[in-house]
Design a protein around this ligand. Structure first.
Ligand code: FEO
Ligand code: CA
Ligand code: CA
Ligand code: CA
Length: 628
């Protein structure tokens, strides 16, 4: 099930002038904001911001991007630059067990458990040796139109179970042979984690009353993970899978009043897209009002131990998680940046209490259980599109997180993290998707994919960090923690790119985008991002692929490569019809890149007439480093 946002493309951006639309208008017209030969107000910014050094470099050709960019495309294929190869690595329904049944729409749930899951999203390549690795991949969702030959018109308990088996996480071993990295179907670590795999809840919310159900009076034992969007990984060898739109899997046979605290998370009564509640009472919010609180977490998985129980790390907060960008801070604490992908929701950060111990891997196993959760507040400097920011602590007893305001303990703060964020005055954002940390600097980037409610809904007024009304194209914000200390409460921020259409809108219109957007690299709705070893920023899109109107010239969803220093952005890959491009990971030498084609709708990777989500392997004909 795709959750592409088809915004209402109303062209009312400048019809209701406001301070911020004036600001961006001035700023963009003054040199379209990211102009690197700084003039006008940009001088002040470059002189005072710690991000300045990076952005004042000459806008000459990037020294890190070496490929020849490709044109936008509407073809039903994956297109890569000259000298590059794109080959399927594994697709939905491919066997991951030696005796798996061949994929078809009449497979059983057990058949699906032995196959690679549907709608691959975030993934991590975990090397074991020069010739052996493990690949952990999220299977975000499934689509009844392709899963069932009756398109899900009728459901049964078995069909619901198969749907639950199609999602979660797939873990497969890879082998490096003459053909490069390929899946080893016999790999002893191959494993499927589904919506019914036993796991445990750990951290401050474990055992809390809001997590207790009829099946689990302890509030610590939970079945399954689903809507696993993006991901993260740890230096102690584990994989982090992030639960996003879990609300869509809950419903009720009867119409009931949904508690306000759950409605904030999108929980609705009645039928929805998946209707698991019709055959699995766990998903009926009337029968099990607390089950939904057991989803929306970051889950830590040990891919090296196929018998290990995944752990839901409640200290990282409950919301519609996108990815988990983890770094070991200068003081050895673990810092994880986390986006909540919903219009007007927030950007978070977790800082561990204990320090990472590189010499004792087993000592790090539960570092994500204890620490401090924060949420971001962005402030504008003198009305400009950059400024300072502050991480507001989400700790019971502080910042108004008290019983008078509905918070009785830390468990309630993390379970209802969205409400806690509102209580402390966090900035509402344009759908924070992935966060990525530049390994060559201390800068952190976050995609704000789009937001049709920005400047339209009362609770989503324009702000400097989210300055465009009805933000149909999205932008990428970046910040630098004070003194390079990711545990610091203060940061400085600016906007790396405003996506836009400079072919359709003139430079005075914010919809033309920032200086680093031109007719040759236009895109909309940035979503997946990640850095490679050399500090190239890879940007993937999940947006409007109509190639018409406001989106004319952008073509299918795509992947671009950005130079974080010069601001230069070049198109690297275009996806097939109907897909989004999501998920990226590299072999340690950066000579193999894996990316995901999710929910194609044409004939891409077709088997038995069904287009299939696929992990693609990108290599160079000359065996070189990707992007160099
Ligand atoms: Fe699963 Fe926000 O993308
Ligand atoms: Ca998706
Ligand atoms: Ca996404
Ligand atoms: Ca998206």
């Amino acid at each position: 099930m795709s959750h592409i946002e088809h915004d209402d493309h109303s062209n009312n951006l400048l019809s209701t002038p406001s301070d911020f639309s004036k600001i961006i208008d001035n700023s963009l017209s003054r040199r379209r904001f990211l102009q690197t030969t700084a003039v006008g107000s940009s001088i002040a910014f470059f002189a005072t911001s710690p991000l300045a050094n990076a952005m004042t470099k000459k806008h000459s050709d990037s020294t890190v991007i070496g490929f020849n960019p490709i044109a936008a495309s509407t073809s039903d294929t994956v297109v890569v630059p000259k000298g590059y190869l794109a080959q399927p690595l594994i697709a939905w329904g491919d066997s991951i067990k030696p005796k798996a049944t061949l994929f078809s729409q009449t497979n059983s749930a057990t058949d699906q458990e032995n196959q690679f899951g549907d709608n691959n999203d975030g993934m991590t390549f975990l090397p074991l040796s020069q010739s052996r690795a493990v690949l952990a991949v999220n299977n975000e969702s499934t689509d009844y139109a392709t899963l069932f030959n009756d398109h899900g018109k009728t459901l049964t308990a078995e069909k619901v179970r198969r749907s639950q088996a199609a999602v979660g996480v797939s873990i497969v071993e890879l082998r490096n042979d003459q053909q490069g990295w390929n899946v080893n179907v016999d790999g002893r670590l191959n494993r499927r984690i589904t919506a019914y795999t036993p796991m445990v809840l750990t951290g401050p919310a474990a055992g809390d009353q809001h997590l207790k159900t009829n099946a689990d009076p302890t509030g610590t034992q939970v079945l399954g993970t689903f809507n696993n969007c993006a991901n993260g990984s740890t230096p102690w060898g584990t994989y982090l899978t992030c639960e996003e739109n879990f609300d869509g899997f809950f419903g009720s046979k009867n119409d009931i009043k949904v508690p306000k605290r759950d409605a904030r998370y999108g929980i609705k009564s009645g039928d929805g897209d998946f209707n698991w509640h019709q055959f699995d009472e766990r998903f009926d919010i009337q029968k099990e009002p607390n089950e939904n609180h057991r989803h929306g977490w970051v889950v830590e998985i040990d891919p090296m131990n196929p018998n290990s129980k995944p752990k839901k790390r409640t200290a990282l907060g409950r919301f519609k998680h996108e990815n988990a960008a983890l770094t070991i801070n200068q003081d050895d604490k673990v810092v994880v940046y986390l986006g909540d992908d919903e219009r007007g929701e927030h950007l978070y950060k977790f800082v561990s209490k204990a320090k990472y111990n590189a010499s004792k891997p087993e000592a790090n196993r539960d570092l994500l259980d204890e620490g401090t959760l924060y949420v971001a507040k962005f402030s504008a400097q003198d009305g400009e599109l950059y400024g300072n920011g502050e991480w507001l602590e989400l700790t019971f007893g502080k910042n108004g997180l008290t019983p008078e305001n509905g918070f009785n303990n830390q468990a309630e703060v993390v379970i209802f993290a969205r409400q806690a964020a509102t209580q402390v005055g966090a900035t509402t954002m344009d759908r924070p998707e992935w966060v990525a940390i530049n390994p060559k600097s201390d800068q952190v980037f976050c995609t704000l994919t789009n937001n049709k409610n920005r400047g339209v809904k009362e609770n989503q007024a324009l702000n400097a960090a989210n300055p465009r009304e009805n933000n149909i194209y999205g932008h990428i914000i970046r910040w630098e923690p004070k003194n390079g200390n990711h545990a610091a409460h203060e940061f400085t921020w600016d906007i790396y790119v405003m996506a836009g259409n400079p072919d359709k809108y003139d430079a005075k219109n914010p919809r033309s985008g920032s200086q680093n957007i031109n007719k040759d690299n236009m895109f909309n709705s940035p979503d997946g991002i990640g850095f490679d070893n050399a500090g190239r920023l890879w940007i993937q899109t999940d947006g409007d692929y109509s190639n018409s109107g406001d989106f004319a010239g952008m073509g299918n969803n795509q992947m671009l490569c950005g130079d974080p220093n010069t601001g230069e952005i070049k198109r690297f890959l275009t996806g097939p019809t109907g897909c989004e491009i999501t998920g990226l990971t590299f072999s340690p030498d950066n000579k193999t890149m894996l990316i995901g084609v999710q929910h194609p709708t044409g004939s891409f990777s077709e088997l038995n007439g069904i287009p299939r989500s696929t992990v693609m392997k990108i290599t160079r004909e000359d065996g070189g480093v990707i992007g160099a």
